[in-house]
Design a protein around this ligand. Sequence first.
Ligand code: ATP
Length: 302
Amino acid sequence: LLMAYDPARRLARLQVSMERAAVNARMVYEILDTVPHQRDKPGAKELTFDGATVELRDVRFRYANGDEILKGVSFVAEGGKTTALVGPSGAGKSTVISLVPRFYDPASGQILIDGQDIADVTKQSLRNGIAYVSQQPYLFEGSIRDNIRYGRPDATDVEIEEAARLAYAHDFILTQPQGYDTPVGENGVTMSGGQRQRLSIARALVRNAPVLLLDEATSALDTESEAAVQKALDEAMRGRTVIVIAHRLSTVVNADKIIVMKDGLVVEEGTHEDLSRRQNGLYARLHNLQGKVPQASVDAEI
Ligand code: ATP
């Protein structure tokens, strides 16, 4: 009986992960898409960024026909600071991130940026202020330059090169057959995971948005790429409001605030020092368990 069930379960799981990969790609497209094709509320105003503090107030959410995934989530991501989301797989971290650019809308509760409810502003003005770097960097058919420019269509070549330098991508771009004009994507050159990451970080940098949503990669890069990607990310995070789904211990330790989620709720919040001191807290327990950030492998212990 078990054997008969297994393939079906595996298929179901595959289905979910494929849907989620599609969601990621759509998020990249939609955030970058500056053409307003979705209807705004009548009388929707332009969002004005002033420090870019993001606040969730008692946010509840369910996917179509699904269980409640966020069960009243509240937290403040202070302007210019880094807020790390941690917690076991399925806690709702990616879902939180996808609500900020209004990829989905909460069933109830509010999300405010600098005091303005994002439901009341134009999607274009909201998304113009947000950059998103995903785990699986999405590269489009076109040149390296096009791929970076996608972050801001009116960026000049000089600005593109500046972003690439900040993202530690300039040097490897110059070693490509046609430099910035080298085609990437399906028929283009193949790049390493770290190089793709740095291109997508350059794309976020050229966008120069006050809010950066970041889904840190879980898959290991080689040590050299890892160091370059980390430096590029540090550059992208500087001075921005960052909400990061954190997988690296260093990100969590350095975050201004850590939000620990479990089963659609915020169960703890504070700095690494605060949370480590709470002996019976989820964060401290997860931390002790494996000496790094909570991951799927420790879900059984929770
Ligand atoms: P992980 O670390 O594994 O990414 P997470 O904390 O980010 O986990 P979410 O990805 O937000 O958690 O998922 C929360 C729940 O919502 C899970 O049960 C997941 O299966 C479900 N879910 C996520 N995306 C979708 C979707 N597009 N449609 C339906 N259900 C979804």
